[in-house]
Design a protein. Structure first.
Length: 566
């Protein structure tokens, strides 16, 4: 795979790694990891982390582990694990033999918990959730010790073993670290290490009825796997002291280094798996792979390419402070990629019938068209032309304003790849006065869109032959939210749901080559944007198309405008 990842541009994390290599820390080894919780589908924010962690491993000739932090059986499913693997592979990365699960370490984690109890560094607590919050204190006031904090080691060991053996109901006890209830960092005020949860685990079944907490499991899993650089997002910065405490007190010789970077925030989008799950469960979208969702599976179904996502991740880079990225940049990366690889085809989304009155009845001729002028190796194709064709309704105007270059009475335009035609008549519905048909004549000497007399026309329209086109549904997607920052105004992101984020166009007329489109295949519909065959609704010989992105590149225009001001 070409080097096109977030680690190739140079960033502060690389400087840290370079310094560690220079000082021979970890004997020059570089081991990163991507550690998703299998409690939902990955979103584009995870794509940034995937590109970063796997990219660093590639750049430094190291390895990147895929580890599922599966410590909460209440929210985890095998469906999520399968989707995560598929997403990573689709992005172009391979963890090879390095697939791990936090649940692989349940025995080791239990042993370390017992060790901490024996050393007086952990205790079993009977406080309930509200009492724990009360005892915890606030950012401006210290916490206070639980009445159970001074239990004897023997009593703690006995209670913890009974917790493990299922002798207590859920919520009866917690195992907590004994650190410092007056610490200015709330994460260090005797955090929970284990809780009772009678629930079957997707990998360990009913072997356990106590499960380790994420903040205890995650650092130790890194240590067990000898991760050298544990790269995570900024919200874990306050958790770093607990990360280091867990590793240091465990006795595991490996000492991973946690490094935080800014997570991806994208306007018109939410990046919370909990909120995305709400959209799915409440039916605002059709599923995790709905093309309006920011999930990797959703944007893949919409027609985004792995190359465009890797390019996007590279362009936004790695920062130490949070910021919001314009969605237009993501679309720009996609257009740049599809521009050189998508076949140009003709599709009429809002058809208007045109009859070329001086074209012979029953005649069909095949015209040659470039598949992609950006890449001659993609070759050419033949498209049928006949007396009756369809053009877009908005490509005709009976009473046009000045500087209108499309078809109008007495006006000559060029049909893409075909002929010059001139409008001679307009047929209307006698009851509604709606235009239902346009009559034209064609210049038989203008085949291919040029004439020997050298005359030129300014207007060009795409078209399809009425006798050869097929009808298909085309689904037009736009932002799922009306606000750049959903929930900012009301505190409820559901208040910002757009009511018109999906428009389904029926009866679109498409050129016959598109009948062979396979799910996921991308095309440029001339003048209309980039589209792909939908992977859910398409059937053999009956494709349905999603609009991936429009032709208008607002990001490029903004960059040009900014450059002019400099």
């Amino acid at each position: 795979m070409e080097e096109n990842n977030i680690a190739s541009a140079g960033n502060f994390i690389e400087k840290i790694i370079d310094e560690d290599i220079k000082n021979n820390i970890n004997n020059g080894r570089i081991v990163t990891r991507f550690p998703p919780e299998p409690n939902g589908y990955l979103h584009i924010g995870h794509a940034k982390s995937i590109c970063l962690n796997f990219g660093l491993a590639e750049k430094y000739n190291g390895t990147c582990h895929l580890r599922f932090d599966d410590t909460n059986p209440a929210k985890e499913e095998m469906e999520y694990i399968r989707s995560i693997k598929e997403d990573i592979k689709w992005l172009g990365f391979d963890w090879k033999k390095h697939e791990y699960y936090a649940s692989d370490y349940f025995d080791k984690l239990y042993e370390i918990a017992v060790k901490l109890i024996k050393e007086g560094k952990a205790y079993v607590d009977s406080l309930g959730p509200e009492e724990i919050r009360e005892y915890r204190g606030t950012l401006t006031s210290p916490g206070k010790n639980s009445p159970d904090r001074d239990r004897s080691v023997e009593e703690n060991l006995d209670l913890f073993e009974k917790m493990k053996n299922g002798e207590f109901e859920d919520g009866k006890y917690l195992l907590r670290a004994k650190i410092d209830m007056s610490s200015p960092n709330l994460n260090m005020r005797d955090p929970a290490l284990y809780r009772i949860k009678r629930m079957s685990h997707h990998r360990t079944g009913d072997n356990w009825c106590i499960y380790p907490m994420y903040d205890f499991t995650h650092p130790l899993s890194d240590a067990f796997e000898e991760i050298t650089h544990s790269v995570c997002t900024l919200e874990f910065e306050d958790h770093r002291p607990l990360y280091n405490w867990s590793v240091d007190e465990s006795g595991v010789p490996s000492k991973p280094r946690q490094i935080e970077f800014a997570r991806l925030n994208l306007n018109y989008t939410i990046m919370s798996k909990r909120k995305l799950l709400t959209l799915v469960e409440k039916g605002y979208v059709s599923g995790w792979d709905d093309p309006r969702m920011p999930t990797i599976s959703g944007i893949r179904r919409r027609g985004y390419t792995p190359e465009s996502l890797r390019d996007f991740a590279s362009r936004i880079g790695v920062a130490k402070s949070n910021s919001t990225v314009d969605f237009a940049l993501l679309e720009h990366c996609l257009r740049e990629d599809l521009n050189v690889k998508a076949k140009r085809v003709m599709a009429v989304l809002d058809p208007l019938k045109v009859i070329i009155t001086n074209y012979p009845e029953g005649k069909t001729e095949m015209l040659e068209a470039d598949n992609n002028p950006e890449d001659e190796s993609m070759g050419k194709r033949e498209i049928p032309f006949s007396r009756k064709i369809y053009i877009e309704k908005d490509d005709f105007m009976e009473n046009p304003p000045k500087k209108y270059f499309r078809l109008s009475p007495g006006k000559e335009i060029r049909l893409k790849h075909a002929y010059y035609v001139t409008c001679t008549d307009v047929i209307k519905d006698p009851d509604t006065e709606e235009i239902i048909e346009v009559h034209c004549t064609y210049d038989p000497e203008s085949r291919g869109g040029w004439t020997e007399d050298g005359r030129k026309v300014r207007g060009t329209s795409h078209w399809v032959s009425a006798a050869h086109a097929f009808e298909a549904d085309v689904r037009l997607y736009s932002h799922l939210f009306t606000s750049e920052n959903p929930e900012e105004a009301t505190g409820n992101f559901l208040d910002d749901i757009a009511q018109d984020s999906l428009e389904v166009l029926k009866g679109c007329k498409l050129e016959p080559s598109l009948l062979k489109a396979v799910p996921g295949e991308s095309f440029q519909f001339l003048r209309k944007g980039y589209f792909c065959a939908d992977s859910v609704y398409s059937n053999p010989g009956a494709p349905v198309f999603n609009r991936t992105v429009s032709m208008r590149d607002t990001w490029a225009k903004l960059q040009k405008a900014a450059a002019k001001k400099m």
